[in-house]
Design a protein around this ligand. Sequence first.
Ligand code: NAD
Length: 293
Amino acid sequence: MSARELRGGPAADALLADARTRLSDLSATPHLHVIRLGEDPASVSYVRLKDKKAREIGLHSTVHALGEETSEEALLELIGTLNHDEHAHGILVQLPLPRHVSTEPVIAAIDPFKDVDGFHPSNVGSLWSGLPGLPPCTPAGVMAMLAHYGISAAGRRAVIVGRSNIVGKPLAALLLRADATVTIAHSRTPDLAQVTRQADLLFAAVGRAGLITPEMVQEGAVVVDVGINRVRGPERDRLVGDVHPDVATVASAMTPVPGGVGPLTVAQLLANTVRAAELQHYQRHAALRQATP
Ligand code: NAD
């Protein structure tokens, strides 16, 4: 068997086309604010991509490029200002932050209605309770990709390798909502292969090149590779996933790396920014209705 390739580009385009059509129903163009501290090369390039893509679909975008030495207080003050600015619809603080700034209080300071990364504890709670909110971009992007390719999770066994707050755990919440039977495996899971072989849908979000090999995959499984690993090539570094390329001989469908889940993450961020503007619009209208005697 040679797996059908699930490319992220077309799925991301569909997500963006939908976000673009919703723009016309809004009274103001959504404005995304991305805050970056320092000059970490990966963060610089991710932020540049987010800014470029936001502008491409017709959003306003501002990048706040602050110095590495910016204090936590100064960062919290900027977040507070953006929280109160009704023209700032989405706020994203690029992670990781420098060591002297604690991530949790910074995330918790963002207005949950503007938290386009979906990391605020209130959005995490909404995700697990099935309430409306803003979902984390990578897992929500993965679900959008499955939907785009007509792959249903309902009634199927899903195994996620990786239990991080940004991928593994929220992906489990979304798959549960989609009526899958979900298992999360991690670095302390004994006999990982025995667990992954049960999967009709297998998700790898670990950060180890080629961890998932063909013997670990059930014949005909759908395999989604979230991992991004930089490996040394003879001439230059290249990006590979957590799933060994030979898995394509066993799986029925599989995402490539690069060009798989990656484009969905940015597309979902922009969809979340439009969603955030919609939520704020309804919130203001509800407040106005309550204030009207
Ligand atoms: P993380 O380091 O926070 O979590 C990794 C998880 O893998 C942990 O839960 C750990 O328990 C588990 N793990 C580690 N070694 C293992 C092993 N040998 N067997 C089983 N489980 C093991 O990482 P993360 O932030 O969740 O990211 C995971 C990968 O996904 C990374 O490669 C990252 O670059 C990539 N990623 C990609 C996107 C995207 O847009 N495509 C977005 C976020 C993360």
